[in-house]
Design a protein around this ligand. Structure first.
Ligand code: GTP
Ligand code: MG
Length: 197
C-alpha cells in the first residue's frame, strides 16, 4: 500500500455520499479534541491532511480518507463537547450512529482516549458498542508525550483497568507528536485488512 497516495475522498453527512466502494474501512471514534485527526495525520505522516484544532468540535462531518484505493480511514466528529448546541450534538450523534450501524465494510472502530484522563461514561458506552459490533476493542491512548514516563505507566494501567480490557482487546499508547505507537497501529491495520487481528 502506497501511503503517499492518500487523500480526502469526501466529507459526508448522509449515507448517499459514502464512497460506493467495498474496500475495508476503519473508523476513528472518541471525544472531541482527543486527537483523532492528528492520529490520522501521523499514521500517514502528513501534517495537514486532516484538519486539526486546539478548539474542540473541529471535525463536523464523516471524513473518508482514501488510502491507495485499499483502505478508507473514516475520521468521525468527536462526542462530549459541551459547547456544541443540543441540536448539533443530536445531528452528529445520529450521523455517527447511522454510519456505524449500517456500514458493512467497517472492519473495526478504533476508540481514541486521552491518556491523561480516565475514560468517560461516553467512552465506556462506545467501547461496549465496539466490542459487540466487532468482537474486540482497539483502543488508542493518545497524547502520551504529555506525561512523564512514571506517570504515563500508571495512567495506562488505570485506563486499561477502567475499561476492563480483555486479552482479545488491543490497546496502543500513541503520540502524534513523537510517532510513538505508529508502527503498532499499522500492524493492527494491516492484519485487519488481511481479515483478522
Ligand atoms: P475533533 O475533530 O474536535 O473531534 O478533535 P480531534 O479528536 O480530531 O482532535 P485533533 O486531532 O484536532 O487534536 C486536538 C488538539 O490536540 C490539537 O491541538 C492537536 O495538536 C493536539 N494533539 C493531538 N494529538 C496529540 C498528541 O499526541 N500530542 C500532543 N502533544 N498534542 C496532540
Ligand atoms: Mg478531528
Amino acid at each position: 500500500m502506497n501511503l503517499h497516495n492518500a487523500s480526502l475522498y469526501i466529507s459526508a453527512v448522509a449515507p448517499a455520499q459514502y464512497p460506493p466502494s467495498s474496500v475495508c474501512e476503519i473508523a476513528l471514534a472518541g471525544r472531541s479534541n482527543v486527537g483523532k485527526s492528528s492520529f490520522l495525520n501521523r499514521l500517514l505522516n502528513r501534517k495537514n491532511l486532516a484538519r486539526t484544532s486546539s478548539t474542540p468540535g473541529k471535525t463536523a462531518t464523516l471524513n473518508f480518507y482514501n488510502i491507495d484505493n485499499a483502505l478508507f480511514l473514516v475520521d468521525l466528529p468527536g462526542y462530549g463537547y459541551a459547547k456544541v448546541s443540543k441540536e448539533e450534538k443530536k445531528k452528529w450523534a445520529d450521523m455517527i450512529d447511522r454510519y456505524l450501524h449500517t456500514r458493512t465494510q467497517l472492519v473495526q472502530t478504533f476508540l481514541l482516549v486521552d491518556v491523561r484522563h480516565l475514560p468517560t461514561d461516553d467512552d465506556l458506552a462506545m467501547l461496549n458498542w465496539i466490542k459487540s459490533r466487532h468482537g474486540r476493542a482497539v483502543v488508542i491512548l493518545t497524547k502520551c508525550d504529555k506525561l512523564k514516563k512514571s506517570k504515563l505507566e500508571g495512567n495506562i494501567k488505570d485506563a486499561v483497568e477502567h475499561m476492563n480490557l480483555s486479552e482479545d482487546d488491543v490497546y496502543i499508547p500513541f503520540s502524534s507528536e513523537t510517532g510513538l505507537g505508529r508502527s503498532d497501529a499499522w500492524k493492527i491495520i494491516n492484519s485487519l485488512m488481511d481479515g483478522g487481528i
